[in-house]
Design a protein around this ligand. Sequence first.
Ligand SMILES: C[S@@+](CC[C@H](N)C(=O)[O-])C[C@H]1O[C@@H](n2cnc3c(N)ncnc32)[C@H](O)[C@@H]1O
Length: 243
Amino acid sequence: MTLRGKLFGVGVGPGDPELMTLKAARVLATAPVTAFFSKRGKTGHARSIANDFLNPKTNEIRLHYPFTTEMDLKDPRYQTEMIRFYDVCAEQLESQLLDGKDVAVLCEGDPFFYGSFMYIFDRLRSSFVVEVIPGVTGMSACWTRAMQPITHGDDVLVVLPATLPEEALVERLIGADAAVFMKVGRNLAKIRSALIRSGLLDRAFCIEQGSMPNERISRMIDKTDDDAGYFTIVLVPGRQRQR
Ligand SMILES: C[S@@+](CC[C@H](N)C(=O)[O-])C[C@H]1O[C@@H](n2cnc3c(N)ncnc32)[C@H](O)[C@@H]1O
């Protein structure tokens, strides 16, 4: 009987390959199969970060998203097609695991923090042994690169997917000392408006491609446009109290 392979969710960190953990590098160096998500025609961010650490003989499995920002999240087809996509991905990886091969799924940042790996995990965790290797998150890289300590003492931090409606963003900012907006992309104008309404605009920073070669860091009050790429985080540091 062939022993089943083990599934690894490998956090590769936010961009700078030196921010990958020793454990992630060790697992990737020997993994017989390496899978990663990407937009069709693109290398995939996690794959680029891990490039120098992969087993040269690994069998690479590309999991191409059927769409990314082209379809509205509220479109009912979004859910149906994404469920089907993750089912097919899980089946593909399952056949490798049943063949006795360990499979490493590359995950940008931390796998359990808004990562697509979680949908594979949900589907395969009851049938296979799974190990998840945490990674440095994008937000952690962003507040560090901006040299902005994010929380002091009993500061409360809220993490907000910027895909939420503006009203929900404003509501969640009430009572927060510090905030992180994820999934900024096309939502920057909405974030700006929510920050103005909450009186937080002058404290906010916009970090594009944090820890990557093309990184850009600006104060929101100095940023004159509302253009931002997918890898952008807006953050509001906490109260910066001194002791
Ligand atoms: C699907 S989430 C994945 C989060 C990831 N698992 C993590 O631990 O950070 C993608 C969002 O993370 C944020 N992000 C991740 N890494 C980033 C980076 N290096 N610089 C700026 N934003 C980043 C962006 O807001 C992006 O839209």
